[in-house]
Ligand binder design. Structure first.
Ligand code: FMN
Length: 180
């Protein structure tokens, strides 16, 4: 698939078929994620693939509550991947403090998009999730208290016929040349 087509094909999938994901396709997504760039090549991440159905249901329950229920669709996805932030190299920690930049969070965002683009290329749907009960998910998955979750990603075959139209600001509102 052409890269511009792939970019247009990826969308936040919020309806999934119950079909399981082929292990080879999941491996491709994880490999694409592994190859993502990161500040000082620190690779400050760990990925927990939650594919055991009962456990995945428990994780899905932690992505919404009675008041904020927009993530209820997570129950449909056969897999949820947890993107954990690990400590970067010392040089990156020092650089981040001096430059006031959260390099690991930037790195994780790039890795997450690698995952989602590879998934789209394989005919799979994804949705990045920034809304979840971090404390409860850490307990469920045995993640040490000292570690932070950057985001979750649902993965599965989309139960959506057509790719929804992209709602984006026009380029002329976003780009300037040579000065702000
Ligand atoms: C960091 C981040 C957190 C997000 N959190 C959620 C979420 O909790 N629930 C959800 O349904 N979508 C979530 N999204 C998806 C965005 O809403 C979506 O990417 C955006 O509306 C653009 O639509 P598209 O991905 O279909 O192109 C998140 C996306 C990002 C990058």
């Amino acid at each position: 698939m052409d890269f511009p087509d792939l970019i247009r094909k990826r969308f936040s999938t919020r309806k999934y078929l119950p079909n399981p994901i082929e292990p080879e396709k999941l491996s491709l997504c994880l490999e694409a994620t592994r190859l993502a760039p990161s500040a000082s090549n620190s690779q400050p991440w760990h990925f927990i693939v939650v594919d055991q159905p009962d456990l995945k249901e428990k994780v899905a329950l932690q992505t919404y509550n009675r008041l904020i229920s927009f993530n209820k669709f997570t129950h449909q996805a056969p897999v949820i991947v947890v993107f954990l932030i690990e400590k970067p190299k010392l040089i990156t920690q020092i650089g981040g403090r001096i430059k006031k930049k959260d390099y690991p969070l930037i790195d994780l965002g790039i890795a997450a998009e690698h995952f989602c683009l590879q998934a789209a290329e394989s005919g799979l749907g994804t949705c990045m999730l920034g809304w979840y009960n971090e404390k409860n998910i850490k307990k469920l998955l045995g993640i040490p208290k000292s570690k932070d979750i950057g985001l979750l990603i649902t993965l599965g075959y989309p139960a959506v016929e057509n790719v929804p139209a992209k709602k984006r600001k026009p380029l002329k509102q976003l780009v300037s040349y040579n000065r702000f």
